[in-house]
Design a protein around this ligand. Structure first.
Ligand SMILES: [Zn+2]
Length: 145
């Protein structure tokens, strides 16, 4: 399973964070929740996204799509702000045709909020950070419990 280095927003320590884990990642130094940002494809989507214990924000993106360059940093900012509450999973639709087809990702980017593998919110197309923040906040509130 791939893992990536994620810098703690509180103390700055770079932590190695696995793409999938039983709990939520915490900083090895200050023990605060770390932003969880992972990549998934057809093979790993079940483990990385559907099996997650916390809500998952899925970013269905493609390298040829211009707007993702605006949306991706906004989503990563949200993942940092909502560390411990949401996991950001990025799926390159070009290399993940099954995931793309399953969620009908005809427009790129398509954003989904998954709760235990079920889609609880959906947003198609690029939007500014403030709009995405409200959307994700509503989705998480609606998905609670
Ligand atoms: Zn830390």
């Amino acid at each position: 399973m791939a893992s990536g280095l994620i810098r703690c927003g509180h103390c700055g320590k770079a932590n190695r964070v696995p793409a999938a884990a039983a709990g939520t990642p915490r900083c090895g130094k200050c023990h605060r929740p770390l932003p969880w940002i992972a990549d998934a494809d057809d093979t790993t989507f079940g483990e990385v996204a559907e099996a997650a214990k916390i809500p998952v924000l899925v970013d269905l993106w493609a390298p040829w799509c211009g707007p993702f360059r605006m949306v991706s940093p906004a989503l990563e900012q949200l993942a940092r702000d909502l560390a411990g509450k949401v996991k950001l999973v990025k799926v390159n639709v070009d290399s993940s045709p099954q995931v793309s087809q399953r969620f009908g990702a005809r427009a790129i980017p398509t954003l989904l909020v998954l709760r235990r593998g079920q889609v609880t919110a959906r947003q198609t197309g690029a939007a500014p950070l403030a709009v995405l923040r409200t959307w994700v906040g509503n989705a998480l509130a609606g998905a609670a419990g």
